[in-house]
Write a protein that binds this ligand. Structure first.
Ligand code: ZN
Length: 231
């Protein structure tokens, strides 16, 4: 199943965002699933945070456990998809947006992580701490712990940054025109950010390999990798 090419790069990128949701479905079907095989989610339901609190066991979503530590300003709610420690989709649910002052972000993040996530910079090529990480696991937002990418969608390029076919969920990322985009010409890439805290984590280009034909070029410093535990 391939994403049909579209002559308009921006439309291709948007189509790719839809493909991201499909690829996320692969992550629910267990390891070893070939990319060419589409599989339905085990289940997906709309749930509340209270539902998540009531769930138990090793598959319980882990990024709810530290909500109190991350949420500092109650405000607009955002809908994100939660994943178990094994990368299985649990549910989509509304959670408070993570909002911090600029000073707080500076204190909590390394200087490079701050420049990348809060100011839209890119880490230097070949400097990313996860560039040669081939372990299986989830890549979470360094600012708010939201699951953003899955090792199962990684592919390697010579480009010097982490590259993925798709985000783990279309709910968890936002793809938008970069602030310095020239909207009078062709759009070659979109900025990728975390839906829950607006952290800039990289860019998506429409020159990637199948199955999505997209290349998510992501900064390691914007992520925390959490390996899947052994079964
Ligand atoms: Zn985030």
């Amino acid at each position: 199943m391939a994403v049909p090419a579209h002559p308009d790069p921006r439309r291709r990128l948007l189509l790719g965002a839809l493909a991201g949701g499909w690829l996320a479905g692969l992550g629910t079907a267990g390891s070893g699933m070939a990319w060419a095989q589409a599989a339905p989610r085990r289940y997906r339901r709309v749930a509340s945070a209270a539902d998540a609190d009531a769930s138990a066991g090793a598959d319980a979503p882990t990024d709810t456990q530290s909500d109190d530590a991350f949420v500092v300003a109650a405000g607009e709610a955002v809908r994100i998809e939660r994943f178990s420690v094994y990368g299985r989709s649990f549910a989509t649910m509304e959670v408070p947006r993570v909002i911090r002052s600029d000073t707080e972000w500076r204190v909590r993040l390394s200087s490079l992580a701050y420049r990348v996530t809060r100011q839209g910079a890119s880490e230097p090529a070949f400097s990313g701490r996860y560039l040669h990480n081939h372990a299986a696991g989830l890549y979470r937002c360094v600012c708010c712990n939201t699951a953003l990418f899955d090792s199962r969608s990684r592919f390697n390029t010579a480009g010097g940054w982490l590259t993925f076919h798709a985000p783990i969920s279309q709910f968890n990322v936002v793809e938008s025109l970069p602030g310095d985009a020239d909207t009078t010409g062709d759009i070659h890439h979109l900025a990728v950010s975390c839906r829950r805290c607006d952290a800039h984590v990289g860019e998506v280009f429409d020159d990637g390999p199948p199955p999505t034909d997209l290349r998510y070029r992501i900064d390691s410093v914007a992520l925390d990798f959490v390996a899947y535990p052994p079964y």
